[in-house]
Design a protein around this ligand. Structure first.
Ligand SMILES: Cc1cc2nc3c(=O)[nH]c(=O)nc-3n(C[C@H](O)[C@H](O)[C@H](O)COP(=O)(O)OP(=O)(O)OC[C@H]3O[C@@H](n4cnc5c(N)ncnc54)[C@H](O)[C@@H]3O)c2cc1C
Length: 664
């Protein structure tokens, strides 16, 4: 960025009186933008603003932030360009007159890029840029990414058709409903509303969000509650280990002997634990060695003291004898007396010195023996608690730690939303169902093949409604948007003709995905502490750490939702329902007494990249879904944002970019 850019970065969107207009900052933040700075995307889309003077920059930000605030003020009704101009006339009249064209472009940009006018809202006018002959787009998959994309494309003026393999919509958002029991089998937690598109959808639909309480008692398998202080110590150690992993991620060589090296978070964590165990053991052995050395020295001193004492006794006796000589003794005898007396003093003093040394050494030995360094890095209980935290991380990443890339496992951390975590009391499936209103959806249509060429796509589908005859249907359109999960792409369930480009295929192979399972149990009455929305269960071994490690209990009807993460999630896939229920009850009775290794960060972008037929200018095959969103993978909001992104991309390709449409 040149001087200009730096100058713009320092600009603050303040009023003349120095204040930031109410709500503008929040509106930008809620859209994952900075209120006083253009994003990289905006800098690319509005080069004339970037190169212009500070006044234009300010105009851009004020118009953009005001438009965003208007959308958040009333997301149930379409925000039109006229409404924005009306508002600008009231609050910033100079921009309404001088910057009408810029305002038009900003409006088009915000709408096309899914910052405004998305979700379920009352439509007032047809958006700009729509064409008379509606281009047809096939969307594969009625998960949240597919539904939001189709809805957005329909709004942009496309004819859409969603082909869904299952007999329901929502994909990995699925709610179990029976009588008054409601439990989410798939996505359940909204990880903060600050910056999250779900907050707009919540206002538009009837999602009943309740905050997750932080308190989470932790139970060992044998009815014991783990003391909070102990858990805190182990958690601190876990964070220290993660910090060490983060350091290693940036220092370990990616290439050894010209070969790319991949390290998994799980492997490195275990190696660090082993290294710590070794270091602790060595320190303890060293401590024992030092005590033994001190004891040897003490023994030597005591032996010497014995000798010196014998000498003292002898000299004492000698001295008594020489004192017996008569008074008229000669000079020689006098000399002998003095010599014996001197030797006796020296020997007595040596004895006293040795006695002090021995006392000091004894004290040193006592102190060392009373304060030994830890014998073990982790006790059995410590390791179990550490394993619980690891299982929790496996849950958060929906994959075993040894399938997470050391370098990129936390790449989405900086994009975390603000605000507390919430659950959907009336079931998350309300969201996809609401978004499906007026959508052209064909259920039980399993897509088998996508053929694409320079002008069109053809999608071959197995019609699951006709199970007796393997009926194959064919759908044709100008383009297709594929939102099936990564696992489906990996399994090559869908044949692409021509095959997908090499980099796309390699990315599909490289990026890992994991398993997360839930056990939902409905009871007659509550037997757990109803003051908590969560409680933790510490498993006995590392290999089973993810098994039923966390229980959720937030609905009024007595339902427990237990999570199974990491390797344990794969194990339960092979167990029958009876076995899983039995195992869950055993765990509960124990507590309550009775009753892709590696991935590279670019892979997400490659997965998101549309595919063109050789020589075709317009891509015909598009991809959305949580696995195509590098900032928010494995989440509902990530899937939502990917759907909006692709709707924009398809619209750009078929309707022209915002620069090709004349501003209102
Ligand atoms: C148990 C569990 C708990 C989770 N908890 C949370 C949570 O608390 N919070 C959170 O934010 N996220 C959570 N997630 C992740 C979240 O649910 C997903 O990231 C998100 O729903 C994915 O949406 P998507 O549209 O990308 O994919 P999906 O929802 O998987 O949609 C893809 C659709 O494609 C269909 N399909 C597949 N193959 C074909 C085919 N050949 N032909 C036609 N259709 C096909 C599928 O049936 C599916 O409907 C959880 C996931 C799981 C599994």
């Amino acid at each position: 960025m040149g001087d200009d850019g730096r100058q713009h970065q320092e600009f603050r969107a303040r009023r003349v009186d120095g204040t930031i207009p109410d709500g503008l900052e929040d509106a930008a933040a809620q859209s994952r933008l900075t209120h006083d700075r253009m994003s990289a995307e905006e800098t690319r889309l509005f080069p004339e603003v970037c190169k212009g003077d500070i006044k234009r920059h300010k105009a851009f930000l004020i118009i953009r932030n005001n438009a965003l605030r208007m959308w958040f003020d009333e997301p149930r009704v379409q925000l039109t360009f006229e409404k924005i101009m009306e508002k600008l006339n009231q609050v910033e009249p100079q921009y309404a007159t001088d910057e009408r064209i810029l305002a038009g472009k900003i409006f088009l940009y915000l709408e096309r890029y899914g910052y405004i006018n998305f979700g379920v809202f009352k439509r007032l006018t047809i958006p700009l840029g729509t064409k008379k002959d509606k281009p047809r787009i096939i969307v594969i998959g009625a998960g949240i990414a597919g539904i939001i994309a189709a809805r957005q494309l329909q709004y942009f003026g496309f004819e859409t058709i969603i082909l869904e393999g299952r007999s329901r919509v929502g994909g990995r958002i699925a709610t179990f409903r029976k009588n008054n029991f409601v439990a989410d089998l798939g996505a359940m937690v909204v990880t903060g509303l600050g910056g999250n598109p779900v907050s707009v959808l919540q206002t538009q639909t009837n999602l009943d969000l309740v905050p997750v309480k932080h308190k989470c008692p932790m139970y060992e398998c044998s009815q014991n509650v783990v003391p909070k202080a102990k858990d805190e110590v182990v958690e601190r150690e876990f964070n220290r280990l993660l910090e060490a992993c983060s350091y290693l991620a940036h220092t370990l060589d990616d290439e050894v002997d010209g070969k790319k090296q991949y390290y998994s978070l799980g492997d490195v964590l275990e190696q660090l634990i082993r290294a710590q165990e070794k270091a602790v053991r060595e320190k303890y052995v060293q401590h024992l060695r030092e005590i033994s050395k001190m004891k040897e020295s003490l023994r030597a001193i005591l032996t010497k003291m014995c000798d010196v004492r014998t000498n003292c006794v002898r000299l004492n006796k000698e001295y008594s004898e020489v004192l017996q000589v008569p008074d008229n003794a000669n000079v020689l005898e006098e000399f002998i007396i003095r010599d014996v007396a001197k030797n006796l003093v020296v020997t007595t003093e040596e004895y006293a010195r040795l006695e002090t040394q021995a006392a000091q050494l004894k004290e040193q030995i006592r102190l060392a023996e009373d304060n030994p360094p830890p014998r073990l890095y982790l006790s059995v209980t410590d390791r179990r608690i550490l394993d619980w935290h690891m299982a929790n991380l496996e849950f958060a990443n929906a994959a075993p730690l040894n399938c997470l890339s050391l370098k990129f496992w936390d790449q989405d951390d900086e994009y975390e939303f603000t605000g507390c975590h919430l659950t959907v009391r009336n079931g998350y499936s309300n969201l996809p169902v609401a978004l499906c209103e007026n959508q052209n959806i064909r259920l039980k249509r399993i897509v088998k093949k996508i053929t694409y060429n320079k002008s069109a796509v053809e999608v071959s589908v197995e019609n699951g409604e006709d199970s007796k005859n393997d009926m194959i249907e064919t759908y044709r359109a100008e383009a297709v948007l594929v939102t099936v999960p990564l696992g489906v792409l990996k399994e090559n369930v869908i044949v692409f003709d021509p095959p997908l480009p090499e980099d796309k295929q390699s990315a599909i192979e490289r990026v890992g995905f994991g398993n997360l399972n839930k056990v939902v149990l409905c009871f007659d009455k509550i037997f757990w502490d109803a003051n908590h929305t969560l409680f933790a269960h510490v498993n006995a071994s590392t290999s089973s750490r993810g098994e039923l490690f966390l229980f959720w209990c937030f609905t009024k009807p007595p339902i427990l939702i237990a999570l199974v993460a990491g390797d344990a999630a794969n194990v339960v896939e092979c167990a029958t329902d009876d076995v899983i229920i039995g195992r869950t009850l055993v765990v509960l009775r124990n507590i309550f007494g009775s009753v892709a290794v590696p991935s590279v960060s670019d892979d997400y972008d490659i997965l998101a990249r549309p595919v063109e037929y050789p020589g075709d200018k317009i891509p015909r095959v598009y991809f959305a879904g949580e696995h195509t969103n590098r900032n928010y993978p494995a989440t509902v909001h990530g899937a939502l944002l990917s759907g909006l992104r692709e709707a924009r991309r398809v619209a750009d390709a078929f309707l022209g970019s915002i620069y090709e449409i004349s501003a209102p």
